[in-house]
Design a protein around this ligand. Structure first.
Ligand code: AMP
Ligand code: ZN
Length: 444
C-alpha cells in the first residue's frame, strides 16, 4: 500500500501516517456551527477533508469519518434573539442548507454526523470525571478546566505559557483560578437554552462537545483530527487538554489543519464584508464544482486567493475534461497512475495531481481510453464528477438558428459570415469545431 504523509500540526512536520489499527481508520472533522449559510471560506476545509476521506477510503479497508454539527452556541442564541426565529428552526434550516451546499461541492457525507445537543449527557459525565480527577473545578455556576493541571498545554499550537496568558489576561472572570482556564459548562438563564446538571441549569462550553463526541463515537482513539487553521488554538488545544486528561494518554494521533481562503486579496469573513456564497457562483452560470476545482489547484496548507477569473477558468477546464471523457467512451475501468498516487499521498498535493492530469490530457502518446481510465482513477479522490458526461446538447431556438446559418454559410463558402457566426456562438458559450464530418460543437 502507498505510504501516506501528512503535515502534523503538533509535530510541525510531515509525518508518515500510521493508524493505530490499519483495518479501521478513524477521522474526526470539526463541523459547522449552524446559524448561517456557509460561505466559500467555510467550504474550503470541507472540500480539503473530503479529499482526505476519499484518499483514506482508497488506501484502507474501513474508515469511520465523523463530522459534528455544533447546534448549541452563543452565535446561534444571538441570531435567534435578533431574528425572532426559534433556535430549533435556525439550526434545522442551516444544517439542511449546509448539506445541500456540500453535496453540490462533491463532498461525500460523513459516516456519522453527531449533533452537540444529542450528546449533552455524555458531556456532563466527562465534566464530572474531569472534576473528580482534579483537572476541573466548579465555581459560580460554571465549571472550568484547570490549565495548569495539564502538563504540556500549548504543545499543539506551539504557544508558550506566556503567550497563552497574554491572550487570556484581558477581563479575567473572577471565578477563574488561573487566567488561562476555560469553560466546560456555563449557566443558562431565562431565554437561553439549558440542561439540568449537577451545577444547575446550563449549557456546555464549545470545546467539550468534540472531546465527548470523538471519544464516544471513535472508541476513545482518533487517528486524524482535522479542521481549519483557526481551530488549532484555542479549540483544538483545549480539546486535547480535556481528552488527554480523561484518557491519560494522547487521544489524537495526528492533527491536520487547512489554511484560510482569501477572496480577491482579502480573507473571506463576515466581519470583512466580503462573503461569497455558493449560490453566487451558481447565479453566474458557473458549475458549483468549479469551486472545488479551484480549491484543489492550491495546496491545503497555503493561504489561497480565489477570484472570479480563477472560478471561470476552472469552469471551462472542467467542461473540457468532461468532454474528453465522454468522447472517449463510457467504460468504467480505472487505471492506476503512479504520479497521481504519489502527489495525493504526499500531504495531499492536489495542485501536482491537477498538473499531472493536464499533462496526461496533452500527451498524444496516451490513447483516449487510457486517458479516460486515468482521469477516472484521479476522480475517485478529486471528486470532480468528471464522468458526468457532457450536458444536454439541447439549445434554444435562437442558438439552433445560428448553428444552422453557419452550416449554410460554410456550404456557400461565405467564410466571413461563418466566422462571425462562430463568434456569436462563442459568446453564447458554444465552442465550434469543423471536422471531416462537418460542424460540431460543445459547451466551452
Ligand atoms: P465561522 O462560521 O466563521 O465560525 O467559520 C467556521 C469554520 O470555517 C472556521 O472554523 C474555519 O475553520 C472555516 N473558515 C472560516 N472562514 C474561512 C476562510 N476564509 N478560509 C478557510 N476556512 C475558513
Ligand atoms: Zn471541534
Amino acid at each position: 500500500m502507498a505510504k501516506l504523509f501528512l503535515h502534523d500540526s503538533a509535530a510541525r512536520t510531515k509525518r508518515h501516517f500510521e493508524p493505530l489499527n490499519p483495518q479501521h481508520v478513524r477521522l474526526y472533522v470539526c463541523g459547522p456551527t449552524v446559524y448561517d449559510l456557509a460561505h466559500l471560506g467555510n467550504a474550503r476545509p470541507v472540500v480539503v477533508f473530503d479529499v482526505l476521506a476519499r484518499l483514506l477510503r482508497r488506501l484502507y479497508p474501513h474508515v469511520t469519518y465523523a463530522r459534528n454539527i455544533t447546534d448549541v452556541d452563543d452565535k446561534i442564541n444571538a441570531r435567534a434573539r435578533e431574528s425572532g426565529e426559534p433556535i430549533a428552526a435556525i439550526t434545522a434550516r442551516t444544517t439542511a442548507d449546509f448539506h445541500a451546499d456540500m453535496e453540490a461541492l462533491g463532498a461525500l457525507p460523513p459516516d456519522v454526523e453527531p449533533r452537540a445537543t444529542g450528546h449533552i449527557a455524555e458531556m456532563i459525565t466527562l465534566i464530572e470525571r474531569l472534576i473528580a480527577n482534579g483537572h476541573a473545578y466548579a465555581a459560580d455556576g460554571h465549571v472550568l478546566f484547570s490549565v495548569p493541571s495539564f502538563a504540556n498545554y500549548g504543545k499543539l499550537s506551539g504557544r508558550s505559557p506566556d503567550e497563552l496568558l497574554a491572550g487570556a489576561r484581558v477581563d479575567v472572570a473572577p471565578y477563574k483560578r488561573d487566567a488561562g482556564d476555560f469553560v466546560l459548562w456555563k449557566p443558562s438563564y431565562a431565554d437561553t437554552p439549558g440542561w439540568e446538571s449537577p451545577w444547575g441549569r446550563g449549557r456546555p462550553g464549545w470545546h467539550i462537545e468534540c472531546s465527548a463526541m470523538s471519544i464516544e463515537l471513535l472508541d476513545g482513539h482518533v487517528d486524524l483530527h482535522v479542521g481549519g487553521i483557526d481551530l488549532r488554538f484555542p479549540h483544538h488545544e483545549n480539546e486535547r487538554a480535556q481528552s488527554n486528561s480523561l484518557t491519560g494518554d494522547e487521544t489524537v494521533d495526528s492533527w491536520v489543519h487547512g489554511e484560510h481562503l482569501l477572496f480577491e486579496g482579502r480573507k473571506m469573513s463576515k466581519s470583512a464584508g466580503n462573503v461569497v456564497l455558493l449560490q453566487d457562483i451558481i447565479d453566474r452560470g458557473l458549475d458549483p464544482l468549479s469551486l472545488r476545482f479551484a480549491l484543489l489547484e492550491n495546496r491545503y496548507r497555503s493561504q489561497m486567493d480565489l477570484s472570479w477569473a480563477s472560478l471561470e477558468a476552472a469552469h471551462s477546464t472542467l467542461k473540457r475534461w468532461r468532454q474528453l471523457l465522454s468522447d472517449a467512451g463510457s467504460g468504467t475501468e480505472l487505471k492506476f497512475d503512479q504520479e497521481l498516487s504519489d502527489a495525493l499521498t504526499n500531504d495531499l498535493d492536489t495542485p501536482r495531481a491537477m498538473q499531472r492530469i493536464r499533462a496526461i490530457e496533452k500527451d498524444s502518446s496516451i490513447g483516449a481510453l487510457d486517458k479516460r481510465a486515468i482521469f477516472l482513477f484521479a476522480d475517485q479522490v478529486l471528486g470532480l464528477d468528471l464522468d458526468r458526461g457532457v450536458e444536454s446538447k439541447e439549445v434554444s431556438a435562437d442558438i439552433q438558428a445560428l448553428l444552422d446559418a453557419r452550416i449554410t454559410a460554410r456550404a456557400e463558402k461565405n467564410w466571413a459570415l461563418s466566422d462571425s457566426l462562430r463568434d456569436q456562438l462563442s459568446d453564447a458559450g458554444l465552442e465550434i469545431k469543423d471536422g471531416a464530418d462537418g460542424q460540431s460543437w460543445s459547451w466551452k
